[in-house]
Design a protein around this ligand. Structure first.
Ligand code: BTX
Length: 247
């Protein structure tokens, strides 16, 4: 199904039927001096997740990267990841898919303890500590894709699989971009809404951070996106890592 995007976004939108990775393309555009651009693709042949993992991106998804140059310290970049996950979860909810957020960046559909992955977000940045030069927020939504075409070990799902019908990708993408634009400028609302959608809070978690493993109860999320874990001895705020929900 070809998509006539014609987005009415506050950005320039560059559309590709097929591209290795919209994040990689946005990085090239950033290096060439571009300011605000959205790169959007129907299919990615070399989609990337965090830590250089593969992100499976068959035709029918919404694979996009938003390049912008906010005047913020690099340490605030996680706030944009958080805004993106809230935007994606709300856009999914608006089309009828009851999405939740697993810290820090997974948007998933949960039922009976089963967590099915719907969206992945990869934020990249460059600049000086006190001022990012550019930020790229990559959002991958399994929109109209068959979960059987995605890696089974990730327990993936898609909007079309949850709904039983394809979504209008133009409308969905337009809304996703609008919500992201709104929420990235309004971190208080983003954090409050994150808390509302969070499936992580109140759960026992095991977080693998770059500095080691933290295990305990997830008790809060703090601006710009840290997770507060009560280990029993102390409260630790982790700002990045892979999080597992424990039973
Ligand atoms: P992540 O590191 O949290 O998740 C990557 C893991 O998710 C993979 O190792 C695999 O197990 C699983 N996985 C791979 N593809 C899918 C999929 N389609 N659905 C569900 N699970 C999957 C998440 O990284 C960040 C992903 C960002 C993707 C966007 S798409 C647009 C932009 N361009 C690009 O190359 N990446 C971003």
């Amino acid at each position: 199904e070809a998509v006539e995007y014609g987005l009415d976004a506050p950005f320039e939108v560059e559309y590709h039927d097929s591209i290795p990775s919209t994040n990689a393309r946005a990085r090239d555009l950033a290096a060439a001096g571009a300011e605000d651009v959205v790169v959007l693709a129907d299919e990615q042949t070399g989609g990337r997740g965090r830590l250089d993992r593969e992100w499976s991106s068959p035709s029918g998804g919404v694979w996009l990267s938003i390049l912008f140059r906010p005047d913020v310290p690099m340490a605030q970049a996680p706030a944009f990841t958080l805004a993106a996950s809230v935007a994606a979860a709300r856009a999914a909810r608006e089309v009828g898919v009851d999405a939740g957020i697993k810290w820090p960046n997974d948007v998933l559909v949960e039922s009976d303890g089963d967590e099915r992955k719907l969206v992945g977000i990869l934020t990249e940045m460059e600049g000086e500590a006190d001022r990012a030069s550019w930020i790229i927020v990559g959002i991958g939504v399994n929109a109209n894709v068959d979960p059987e075409d995605l890696p089974a070990e990730a327990n993936p799902t898609s909007l079309s699989a949850e709904l039983g019908d394809p979504v209008d990708r133009r409308v969905f993408t337009q809304r996703l971009l609008e919500l992201f634009e709104e929420l990235r400028r309004d971190p208080e609302t983003a954090v409050a809404e994150w808390r509302e959608y969070a499936t992580t809070l109140g759960k026992r978690v095991r977080v693998e951070t770059p500095d080691g493993v933290v295990e305990g109860e997830a008790v809060a999320v703090e601006f710009p996106g840290g997770l507060v874990v009560d280990t029993g001895d102390e409260r630790v705020t982790v700002s990045a890592g892979d999080c597992d929900h424990l039973r």
